[in-house]
Ligand binder design. Structure first.
Ligand SMILES: Nc1ccn([C@@H]2O[C@H](COP(=O)(O)O)[C@@H](O)[C@H]2O)c(=O)n1
Ligand SMILES: C[C@@]1(CO)OP(=O)(O)OP(=O)(O)OC[C@H]1O
Length: 160
């Protein structure tokens, strides 16, 4: 059996008058994240982890932030198009683990729905998806509530 592992990391700064989109869901909060797309920092980290696992570079190579086609893009659609590459290459998901690094908002109430949403986007078992959150104990840009970071690790399998 072939095993491939990839990791992803992304950061977006907060901006006023934007919805906060995380894991493909709108999270109730007073500010959203700035970006060329919908700025879904969690799905961007997951997308980069998947691209890393299959040796296909990064999200910016596939969907450049200079391309007007991706202005306001739905990051869920970007993730699904990258997942198609995984399936075409004959890989399936072993498991995916992601961390949201946010001082605010409190993510715990939304984590189950985000897990379900990510599993649905990839058409995988929700048990193979884990999403968690941590603060930085008020330290650094996250601690100053200037933005949100996300990390993800994915493990893909091919063959028996
Ligand atoms: N934005 C966040 C950050 C954290 N949580 C939950 O709180 C727990 C404690 O976080 P610490 O950073 O103080 O270790 C963490 O394990 C998460 O369950 C959260 O819901 N939203
Ligand atoms: C998703 C893309 C493309 O719209 O734009 P952003 O929303 O700015 O996100 P980022 O994580 O900076 O990089 C990937 C981009 O190419």
């Amino acid at each position: 059996m072939k095993i491939k592992v990839g990791q992803g990391f992304d950061v977006h700064g907060f901006a006023p008058n934007r919805p906060l989109i995380l894991g493909g869901l709108e999270i109730p909060y007073e500010r959203g994240l700035e970006g060329h797309s919908d700025a879904d920092v969690l799905l961007h980290a997951i997308t980069d982890a998947i691209l890393g696992a299959i040796g296909q570079g990064d999200i910016g190579r596939h969907f450049p932030d200079t391309d007007p086609a991706y202005k306001g893009a739905d990051s869920a659609e970007l993730l699904q198009s990258v997942w198609n590459l995984v399936e075409q290459a004959g890989y399936r998901l072993s498991n995916l683990d992601a961390t949201l690094i946010a001082q605010k908002p409190k993510m715990a109430p939304y984590i189950p729905a985000i897990r379900e949403r990510v599993a649905a986007l990839l058409q995988v078992d929700v048990d193979d998806i884990n999403v968690k959150a941590t603060t930085t104990e008020h330290l650094g840009f996250v601690g100053r509530e200037e933005g949100i970071a996300a990390m993800a690790v994915v493990c893909l399998l091919r063959g028996e």
